[in-house]
Write a protein that binds this ligand. Sequence first.
Ligand SMILES: Cc1ncc(COP(=O)(O)O)c(C=O)c1O
Length: 365
Amino acid sequence: MSECLSRRALLAGALAGAVAMRTWGKDASRPPAMRRLIANENPYGPSPSARAAATRAVKNGWRYAVREVGALKADIAQLEGVEPSQVMVCAGSTEALRVSALALAGQGGRVVAASPTFFFLPDYARKLGCEVAEVPLDDAMTHDLDAMAAAVNPATKLMYVCNPNNPTGTQLDVTRLGEFIAAVSPRAPVLVDEAYLDLNPDWRALTAVARVRAGDAVIVTRTFSKLHGMAGLRVGYAVGPAELIRRLEALRVSQMSYPGVLAAAASLADAEFLDFSREKIRAGRAVTMAVFDELGLAYRPSHGNFVFFDTGGSPRAFAAGMRERGILTGMPSAAYPSWSRVSMGRVEDMQAFTAAARDYFRSPG
Ligand SMILES: Cc1ncc(COP(=O)(O)O)c(C=O)c1O
């Protein structure tokens, strides 16, 4: 009897909970979900073929994805025009940045990077006890390659070049970058972070992988988090000379997600989706830049899935004002105190951003 009662009580409780959840789910007073324009994600992904591959892969989720990683590595090697021994597949490209810092700069080595740039590698190198020489961007908010080359000294163990650069969205001239790598890499390996380069349909002509093929000490990192819209599935890779890749692999500890690896392989083969994704990001940028033109705000034309622009005031106040209008955005930069970065969502998210930005700049707060 008491068991029966407690069961009934449990059932009643569960039902009440379910009703409460349904009510809560329909509660019109709840604020709508925020539009995420903050982390350079790509809400158009994963591609339908990647989703299908990941869903099919879940039933094999009990296994380590060893053979599948080998197959993905072969696909990537073919795409990049290198040998599989020159590719490391890893759990997002930040893992490649991490093991590069660890393997090449080690404890106490010196790293040269631009400022501002993607924070991860310089920050991680500092945690390892490395000295980080920060070279300011030039007046066009582009890497100052001459100044970076001049900053190399005998203690320098790694150069970090983010191309296109996050947060400024600027892209280096491929010939100039190639000359820089050829000149500097005999003194210190160069890591070129190309997380956003494949948003450009001509990325094959622009990639520093050409310098890997030429035999230079250069590592190129790429990710499935941006163009492919798979940030949550955690797949990235590095391309470099086999000897450097071996040193990185020796320090890589994470195993890959089985659904992530199969989704990446499917996405790589989905040219139609990749073109669609590129076009939507381009269209989102156009909408965003148009409102900055209309409002008279300075911005850098961007090669990434984000735009860096001058709020003309406090980026924190702007972020707070946009949050009140249902938009999560921001990312201040110490080097440019009034500037902020907005990530591309869907084109309709950027239209909502446009309306919110107009409203904010007319009546801030
Ligand atoms: C320049 C750059 N590199 C790497 C990453 C990280 O990518 P992943 O998700 O592959 O770790 C980001 C993410 O924003 C980035 O901006």
